[in-house]
Every structure is written in structure tokens, then in C-alpha cells.
Ligand binder design. Structure first.
Ligand code: DC
Length: 228
């Protein structure tokens, strides 16, 4: 029964460490993983590379509905690879330009509706760790454990700066900070599924915490849930 498979939702703003945490949790628990942001990034990339005007909500939603995408889980420390039309687009998805376009298309109600069932289909036994903005509020409102990560925009900009530097992208820290603040405003301000913690979410401020500490906190919460 897929409906009874447990889900841990990990929501929060850009650059807060959701991705790394989600991968570690899924590996540790032996569960499936949903990177919902990748679906919005893929939609933007597909629409853009098909010559669709990103301002045309109906056409972008049609692209979302027929997304020819596949997620390939790698070995131990390998990242999940994302294929579109059979081509590996993992690196293209992670660029700032693609993130910016994704934020635009993610504000369209028709796009969110088009991707809703697709996200729910990831809920398979033995369980799912789902990373996004509205996992706990909209996509999996019945999830037994909901986590909402926070960190100041300055800390997130610095983390993103280091990550992009490692990827060989050169960007200014001040520019990144502005981008992150603008994306936060768009993600929190949209009418459809805005970024906000579910009422029953556990909030963790990661500004001063390392990944292992956040991981241990979430595992402790999960074990707490499972105690009789
Ligand atoms: O997490 P990310 O940076 O890959 O997300 C890309 C964009 O998609 C970001 O602007 C927020 C949006 N998004 C969303 O609206 N809902 C989700 N569940 C996941 C991402």
C-alpha cells in the first residue's frame, strides 16, 4: 500500500540545507527520495528549451504535465542524476539561471496542479523523504513527521557561494544575497502553496548547526514518533 508508506517532509527556503539532509536521511532509512524543486527546475528547463514563453502559464503547465524526466540514484556518495529526454541535465538544473526560471514557473497554479500527482506517486514503501517548500502543507499533509528548516539569508548566501565556487561558477556574494532575498519573497508571497511551515511542523534553525547535528535531530524526532 503506497498510501500507508511513511513520509518525512523537509521544507524550507533556498540554501537552507534541505537537499543534503534529505539525501542523508533517505540513505540512512533506505527510503525513496523526492527532490520536488528538481521538478520545477525541469519544467522551466523543458519550457525554455522548447521555445515556450515562460509568461504563458497554460503552455508551461502542458510542459510540466508531459515532463520526460527520470531520476537515477547513484552509488553511496554519488548525487542523484536527473535525465530529461534521456540527456543528463543534473548540472544545468543547478545553475542560478535555472533556479530563477523555476521560481517563476513555480508561482503558476496550473503548474503546481500539473505536478501534484507526480509528486505523490513518489510515496512508495518502505517510505519517502520529500524535499521542497509545500511538502508538509499541500503535497503530503498527512505526513507523520514534518520538518521546516530555517537559516538567515546571509548564512544561506554564503553556503550557496561556496557551493557554486566548487562547481566552478563565479558569482558575487552580494548578488547571491539579493537573489536569495528576492526568491524568498517570491516563494513566500505567492498565493498558491506559499512557503510556510505546516502547523504541525518541527522548526529547526540550521544557521549555527552542521549537517550531522541536523541529521541527528531529525532521526531523534523520527524515533520519538515511533515509540509506543
Ligand atoms: O529547491 P529548489 O531551489 O530546487 O527549488 C527551485 C524553485 O522551485 C524555487 O524557487 C522554489 C520552487 N519550489 C516550489 O515552489 N515548491 C517546491 N515544492 C519545491 C520548489
Amino acid at each position: 500500500m503506497t498510501d500507508s508508506a511513511p513520509v518525512i517532509t523537509i521544507d524550507g527556503p533556498s540554501g537552507v540545507g534541505k537537499g543534503t539532509l534529505t539525501v542523508s536521511l533517505a540513505r540512512h532509512l533506505g527510503w525513496h527520495l523526492l527532490d520536488s524543486g528538481a521538478l520545477y527546475r525541469l519544467t522551466a528547463l523543458k519550457a525554455d528549451s522548447s521555445g515556450i514563453d515562460l509568461a504563458d502559464e497554460t503552455a508551461v503547465a502542458a510542459a510540466a504535465r508531459s515532463l520526460p524526466a527520470e531520476f537515477v540514484t547513484g552509488a553511496a556518495n554519488e548525487p542523484v542524476r536527473v535525465l530529461m529526454d534521456g540527456q543528463d541535465v543534473t548540472e544545468r538544473l543547478r545553475t542560478e539561471a535555472c533556479g530563477h526560471m523555476a521560481s517563476t514557473v513555480a508561482a503558476y497554479p496550473q503548474v503546481r496542479e500539473a505536478l501534484l500527482q507526480r509528486q505523490r506517486d513518489f510515496r512508495q514503501a518502505p517510505g519517502l523523504v520529500a524535499d521542497g517548500r509545500d511538502m508538509g502543507t499541500t503535497v503530503f499533509p498527512g505526513a507523520p513527521l514534518k520538518i521546516f528548516l530555517t537559516a538567515s539569508a546571509a548564512v544561506r548566501a554564503e553556503r550557496r557561494y561556496e557551493q557554486l565556487k566548487r562547481q566552478g561558477e563565479s558569482v558575487k556574494l552580494s548578488h547571491l544575497l539579493k537573489e536569495i532575498e528576492a526568491r524568498d519573497a517570491r516563494d513566500m508571497g505567492r498565493s498558491e502553496s506559499p512557503l510556510k511551515p505546516a502547523e504541525d511542523a518541527i522548526q529547526i534553525d540550521t544557521s549555527a548547526l552542521g549537517i550531522p547535528e541536523v541529521f541527528n535531530l531529525v532521526i531523534a524526532h523520527w524515533q520519538g514518533k515511533r515509540l509506543p
